[in-house]
Design a protein around this ligand. Sequence first.
Ligand code: MG
Ligand code: ZN
Length: 186
Amino acid sequence: MSSSEAVFLDRDGVINEFVLEAVRDPDQFLYYDFTSEAMARLGRLNLPVIVVTNQSAIGRGWTTHEVVNRIHENLIQNCKEWGLEISSVRYCPHHPTDGCDCRKPGIGMFKDAAVEHGIDLSESVMVGDSIVDMQAAATLGLKRLRVKTGRGLSPLPAGLEIDGHVDNLLEAVEWIESWIQNKKNQ
Ligand SMILES: [Mg+2]
Ligand SMILES: [Zn+2]
C-alpha cells in the first residue's frame, strides 16, 4: 500500500448534522449516531485523514475563527478518543464573493494538505454531501463518495460523475475499506 493515499472528509452533513445557516456555536455541533464507529474504523486504516470545510459563516460575520477553532479542537480530541488521529482540519473562512481559491469547489485546501502531508491526490478519496465537494474532488481526480445525509440528496449537475452514493459516513468508510483491500490485492 502506498503511504501517500489519504481520506478527505467534509464536515457539516458528513461528520456532524447539517444546520441550516451554519453551525455558529459548539452547542450546534452534533455528531450523527454512526460517527464514532465510522471514525474508529477509519483510524484502523492508518491513512492520513484531512477535514476540508467551507466556513463562510466567518466571512458573513455569523461566527469567528476562535469559535471554529474550538469546534475543531473538540473534533480532533473526540476522534482521538475514538481511535483516529486526524492529520489536519482545514477550513475556508471566506465569504462566497471573496474570490478565494480555498472555498470548495476551489481546490486550495486539498493542494495545501497534499503538500503538507505528502499526499498523492490521484490515489485519495473525498467523502462529502454537497455538490461542491464532488466538484473539487473531480477537478483533482480524487475518488468521490457522496453521502445521503446533509445536502446529499440534491441532483448532481450533468456530467459530474461520482464513485458512489452511500447512505452515510459509516457506509463510506466500508466502501473505503474495500477500496484499500482491492488496491492491496492488485
Ligand atoms: Mg457538507
Ligand atoms: Zn477561502
